[in-house]
Write a protein that binds this ligand. Structure first.
Ligand code: NAD
Ligand code: IPM
Ligand code: MN
Length: 352
């Protein structure tokens, strides 16, 4: 198989973990006889520095011609007070390619049970998928501005029926491939958008009689996610709730650094990135956990290229290295040896 991939390393630890992704692509290509070519482009803070634009046209054009996109992370203190923000580049690329379906699997590798600050009996057996709506809601609502000379402010939460329906369908389809248990998370006791969301979930649900559906309010769901994570199979929710719940869910696996994601459109290009940010506090120190990025490569293999065996091999390799007792500094596992980003990358690759 021949595939061309655009790599958007971005800022902070982005370039460090993108090196891990590159090394993995090279090794997987050799092992499984695929030709993966890559082309690096800019996004985020580095693109602001170079072009005064967090998503240059050149980056978009290269992505349009590619088979998939890998992204590291964007943002950092350097651009925190600038009027053009690195994060705008990320939102813009999601919108441009209509990447509405953000799949964030939260799988606990056996060896990571001990890494969670939660009790082992609570995290044991957790395996859930957060299906986050990614191109609507408060992130994209207009108007979004200061008013009355700075005395008031407005952000708007808007969704169309179609936008809700397509993500809900994605979630039902996902549930059908798993344990057929869907939890729709909303704030229907307060928000009209959530009441419409619930109606659509109930209507679409009639087409999926095998799937058990329930509705949870987001505050209670946040609590249940860390008190009883194995209760959940598929969670579907709107953009902002999904952002917050997925970082919370990383507590189950012991670190934000191990969670991957896929951002998919209806029939086009996919973008794959770890769920964490640019981690400015550890950038440049060869300390970042590359697992979230490497598992994102695995998701690209599976969702964009249909390479299921190659994807599973990456997960197995990660599990093996953790079982061998190696970890990066973010993981708190008694008795495990702490190694660097590059060492972790090499170990995972050598276990492919
Ligand atoms: P963050 O996710 O960058 O970091 C939160 C904490 O988790 C930090 O202590 C960090 O060191 C740690 N961490 C994150 N990833 C890690 C990894 N791979 N290995 C080890 N430790 C890791 O969140 P933040 O500090 O709130 O945000 C920093 C910047 O990143 C902000 O500008 C934010 O907007 C941006 N951000 C970008 C993305 C993205 O590009 N997709 C996602 C989230 C945040
Ligand atoms: C994520 C990030 C982004 C989001 C930010 C950086 C815009 O937190 O990918 O989870 O909120 O979607
Ligand atoms: Mn986030």
């Amino acid at each position: 198989m021949k595939k061309h991939i655009i790599t958007l390393a971005g800022d902070g630890i982005g370039p460090e973990i993108m090196n891990s992704a590159q090394a993995l692509l090279k090794a997987a290509g050799e092992k499984y006889q695929h030709e993966f070519t890559t082309e690096a482009k800019d996004i985020g803070g580095i693109a602001i520095d170079k072009y005064n634009n967090p998503l240059p046209d050149e980056t978009i054009e290269a992505c349009e011609a590619a088979d998939a996109i890998l992204l590291g992370a964007v943002g950092g203190p350097k651009w925190a007070d600038s009027s053009i923000r690195p994060e705008q580049g990320l939102l813009k690329i999601r919108k441009h390619f209509n990447l509405f379906a953000n799949l964030r699997p939260v799988t606990i590798f056996d060896s990571l049970e001990a890494a969670s600050p939660l009790k082992q009996e609570i995290v044991h057996g957790s395996d859930l998928m957060i299906v986050r709506e990614l191109t609507g809601g408060l992130y994209f609502g207009e108007p979004s501005e200061r008013r009355d000379g700075g005395q008031s402010v407005i952000d708007s939460l808007t969704y169309t029926h179609d936008e809700i329906e397509r993500i809900v369908r994605t979630a039902f389809d996902t549930a059908m491939t798993r344990r057929k248990h869907l939890t729709s998370v909303d704030k229907a006791n307060v928000l009209e958008s959530s009441r419409m969301w619930r109606e659509i979930v109930n209507t679409v649900g009639k087409e999926y009689p095998e799937v058990t559906v329930e509705h949870e309010l987001v505050d209670a769901a946040a609590m249940k996610l860390i008190t009883n994570p194995s209760y959940f199979d598929v969670i579907v929710t709107e953009n902002l709730f999904g952002d917050i719940l997925s970082d919370e869910a990383s507590v189950i696996t012991g670190s934000l650094g191990v969670l991957p994601s896929a951002s998919l459109s209806e029939n086009g290009l996919g973008l794959f990135e770890p769920i964490h940010g640019s981690a400015p506090d550890i950038a440049g120190e060869n300390k970042a956990n590359p697992i979230g990025m490497m598992l994102s490569v695995g998701m690209m293999f599976k969702y964009s290229f249909g390479l299921h065996e190659e994807s599973a091999a990456i997960e197995r390799a990660v599990n093996t290295v953790l079982k061998q007792g190696f970890k990066t500094p973010d993981l708190k596992i008694d008795g495990a040896e702490t190694i660097s980003t590059t060492e972790m990358t090499e170990k995972i690759i050598s276990n492919l």
